[in-house]
Design a protein around this ligand. Structure first.
Ligand code: HEC
Ligand code: HEC
Length: 368
């Protein structure tokens, strides 16, 4: 079994009992529309007259990304149910908000620096983009959740301020048909598995730079190619933002909390005192559209975030103990800086896609 296969299966371990039919998982069409197969099951809520059309096929893995070895339990039917639940305000306290309140389309993030939970608690951290999590081992900026199921369950309770329950939707005939189509009767476990399946199939790839690398010289500006050389060479970005996912899925401190001893977000330090102030390296794919940046949303623009790195993370006077040794201060000429920025920009589509995280139906053939 490949490493990615093992990871995806570990992440989605909790889904094991959920599905029935297996899925192809997508064929990399380069358009992001995918060629995943589906058993084309329809769902009928017994005696209630709701018949769903076959679920839209699983999204394929766009070009430029490694294969996503999702377990066969992640079916098109489960993802369609998960998409519906993700936008369902009845899951939240007083029926007042859905996951998508903070994890807004298209990338599952928000321009708000810090959101407030439905319980009225300000969040400590910026809402991360929910993309390319099929390759992530540990969820959360500090990696405290070992599986997507666990993260979803924790979020349902912590962010939506109610214990996971489907009481508010259980009797809804459309949901009953969805649960039936996904293979089992309504349950919290299946709802959690469906949300996790929806999230794990949000892929972001086939960026202008991927097309450039495949030989389409016009896909990215010429500076971007020079920028890639800097990214992988002099500026040493690729040590942590490893292509093609542009993350090493590891934790690093960038001096975003000041001197040791000062109160601040400990990040990974909560789980491992030696990693104080370290946070998971985010992907740079789609980043043009996911401002603000960093776990604390402290960089308003992509340029600010890049300049922070180029200054070696010294912007808040952090000492070396609060900065990963792999982050080095680099002096670039104005031209080189522009080239580096052009490259990072070429990892995002010029305009945000309608998917991959879109309201039900908006991505073409969503559920009724
Ligand atoms: C009030 C805002 C808010 C709501 C509502 C919310 N989230 Fe989140 N979500 C966040 C924040 C903030 C984080 C980052 C938490 C951290 O790392 O400490 C996050 C992180 C996550 C992660 C981990 C992502 C990663 O990159 O590791 C997942 C998965 C997730 N949320 C799914 C959901 C789901 C599913 C729902 C609905 C049941 C939901 N969230 C509702 C704000 C929200
Ligand atoms: C030592 C590892 C490391 C190196 C080297 C590194 N980064 Fe980062 N990068 C990170 C981590 C970790 C974060 C998230 C930090 C946080 O939020 O606390 C990050 C965040 C970012 C972000 C913001 C992304 C977002 O969604 O918030 C951008 C942009 C970025 N890096 C670009 C670069 C560039 C360009 C370089 C080279 C000049 C570089 N990085 C070098 C680890 C690294």
């Amino acid at each position: 079994m490949s490493r990615t296969a093992a990871l995806a299966i570990a992440l989605l371990g909790g889904v094991a009992a959920a599905g029935g039919c297996s899925s192809g998982g997508g064929g990399g069409t380069g358009t992001g529309t995918g060629t995943g197969t589906t058993g084309a099951r329809t769902g009928t809520a017994a005696g209630e007259g709701v018949t769903l059309p076959p679920a839209p096929p699983l999204p394929g893995v766009p070009q430029g990304l490694p294969p996503a070895a999702l377990p066969p339990t992640v079916t098109a039917e489960l993802v369609a149910l998960g998409e519906r639940l993700f936008f369902e305000p009845r899951l939240g306290k007083d029926g007042a908000a859905a996951c998508a309140r903070c994890h807004a389309p298209p990338y599952g993030t928000t321009s708000e620096i810090r959101t407030t939970t439905l319980g009225g608690k300000p969040n400590l951290r910026h809402t991360p983009a929910l993309i390319n999590l099929a390759w992530t081992r540990a969820l959360g900026w500090d990696g405290r959740h070992g599986s997507l199921d666990e993260a979803v369950r924790a979020h349902w309770k912590g962010q939506l301020d109610v214990a996971p329950s489907i009481a508010a939707i259980e009797a809804d005939p459309v949901y009953r048909a969805h649960f039936a189509r996904a293979g089992r009767g309504p349950s919290v476990d299946l709802a959690v598995a469906a949300l996790a399946a929806y999230v794990v199939t949000r892929h972001e790839g086939d960026a202008p730079f991927d097309r450039f690398e495949r030989g389409d010289a016009a896909a990215a500006p010429p500076e971007a190619a020079k920028g890639y050389e800097l990214f992988a060479g002099k500026a040493q970005c690729s040590t942590c933002h490893v292509p093609p996912l542009y993350t090493d899925d590891e934790f690093h401190a960038l001096g975003l909390i000041a001197q040791a001893g000062e109160a601040g977000d400990e990040g990974r330090g909560r789980l491992d005192p030696a990693r104080r102030g370290a946070f998971r390296t985010p992907t740079l794919r789609g980043a043009v559209h996911t401002a603000p940046y960093f776990h604390d949303g402290s960089a308003a623009t992509l340029e600010d975030a890049i300049d922070w790195h180029l200054a070696g993370g010294r912007g808040r006077g952090a000492g070396p103990d609060a900065i990963d040794p792999a982050l080095v201060a680099v002096t670039l000429t104005a031209d080189e800086r522009a080239q580096l920025i052009a490259f990072v920009r070429a990892l995002s589509p010029p305009t945000p896609p309608r998917g991959p995280i879109a309201a039900p139906g908006a991505s073409g053939g969503g559920a009724p």
